[in-house]
Ligand binder design. Sequence first.
Ligand code: NI
Length: 263
Amino acid sequence: MITDTHAHLDVKQFKPDFDAVIKRAREAGVGIIINIGPSINSSKAALQITDSKIKMYSSIGLHPEYVPLVDPDKSIPLKIKALEKIYLANPQKVVGVGECGLDYFKRDGQITGEEIIAQKALFQAQINLAKKLNLPLIIHCRDAWEDIFDFDFSGVTAILHSFTGSKEIAQKALDLGFYLSFSCIITYPKNEALREIIKSIPLEKVLTETDCPFLPPQTQRGQRNEPANVSEVVKTIAEIKDLTFDQVAEITLNNAKTLFNLP
Ligand code: NI
């Protein structure tokens, strides 16, 4: 059984052929999918996704992309309250807070100081929520590694999702007790450095994910990604670690169960 700890199955890209996507996931051996809520609406929508064979869980969170820039001091607490309400109504199905974090990447121009301050406030509020609800924190970090470790993560377990950082960042994260989650981008030829990191870190701290519909594996570049492709992540990690597919599948499944406190 393999595990996709980070999927976005509620998005419109999956509407036309959702059943076929799930069928392929089952056939690939996917046993658990965690649907990640990057917004309040998708945090709600993720809860509606069910399957008779695959165990579906979800998270509640606000991606830095959705940071409120108008009156953040007032609107952030309201949004956090809305997330908490979703959790309180569904405590068995909601297993994490996120994805949240910092994202300083801008396609055009540069991020403003004002936006950075708001992103940090939104992230801090979700760290506090994770502590309060005793849920793991799913962290998204893009072009913001210099700031991510300034936060106080004591009392919270966290995952760096679709890890793309350096060896030093991986070590910092492991020192904090974090898990590193790897997506299909570890199959891209240019990502030798990421494969080197996987080689050097304990498998007990590794999770597998797709971040679908984004980040397809090398064999499907430019196409929509889907949970079945988490098999590519498991396969690649097995090759790197010189283990069997089943060994990596079992250990990463157990890691997900431990971290997300799954039955
Ligand atoms: Ni994501």
